[in-house]
Write a protein that binds this ligand. Sequence first.
Ligand code: ASP
Ligand code: MG
Length: 406
Amino acid sequence: MLIVQKFGGTSLANPERIRNVAARVAKYRAQGSQVVVVVSAMSGVTDNLIKMAKELTPLPNEREMDVLLATGEQTTIALTAIALQSLDVPAVSLTGAQAGIVTDRVHTKAKIANITPRKVHALLDEGKVVIVAGFQGQTSEGQITTLGRGGSDLTAIALAAALKADLCQIYTDVDGVYTADPRVVPAARKLAEISYDEMLELAGLGAKVMQSRSVEFAKKFGVVFEVRSSLNDNPGTIVKEETRSMEDVVIRGVSLDKNQAKITMVGVPDRPGVAAHIFKAIADANINVDMIVQNVSHTPDAPATDLSFTVDKPDLLKATKVIDGLKSAVGFREALADEKIGKLSIVGVGMRSQPGVAAKMFETLALAGINIDMISTSEIKISVILDVTRAEQAMRAVHDAFLRTA
Ligand code: ASP
Ligand code: MG
């Protein structure tokens, strides 16, 4: 068996936890498996590096950010290898570049272009455990890149695909994927299985279990993986292609994303090409837009509309700069930024064949006296933007309405 095991930052938070990770890896190896370990930075390290850079300047150079952020994972590969060696397990650490991970040139959000895991295979054949730095790669010109926040998950899934691994385990500090974040919703339950699409919606919507790009990648290449805890031996949640019986459940989970910010452009001229102009500029700055809401205009003589959209909170400053730069070309009245929002979503493939789901969600929020700011839906998801100070209460109410057992 070839197993890829990924450990997140909380599983590596101190030498004692790293020793526990090493002991687990050693156990699998003793059973005769070849093991590739992918690690994140220690918890808090990446955030701290970003914070330090931002103390120097609000918009640090992105190439240098990658050089900086890649150090977090470089620390943990070495410590994990040292921990394994101290248990008499032959182990060797590799940076993303050394492991053959080649990316495009988009610093801080690079995409994997290809993986040539020749060195990984060679080291496995020598009987070594191979520890690979998550979250990083290099361009074909040899520049260090990172894969976006949470990118170690992507490293693990992509390596599992490239190595044709028999098993891919994503170890984290929770027992699996839950119907909601148990820290916010005490009644949340662990799911035995979930489809890629549901997981994608939940990850993308802020259930911080996994980076969504990694789930997309797994879906595309059919990598079945398990999300499980590094703190115990409980079975986790299997993530795989949708099966018939999965449709029997209307709502698989509820998620809350507090990492979005809203920009509202007031008095935007209502004529062809304006939205294209605005979102082209945002896209050119490599900013992902999530929800977009535009109203009908009410003034026939000088048609103008309000346009709201959400971006990832860390991109807000960049996005407001882009929008301010469009003021004379587009001719809107003003742009307002709001960071105090939460996005609450319900997700389930069963929603496709079940009417009344949106009505039930809105009714639940109404009963709790919570105002809805924006709404968006897809085939298997309904999301609302609301005041962040009411968001957790809203989440509990909605979970209770859809997922309460008995
Ligand atoms: N250390 C990186 C981050 O915090 C990558 C990861 O943890 O997956 O985003
Ligand atoms: Mg992570």
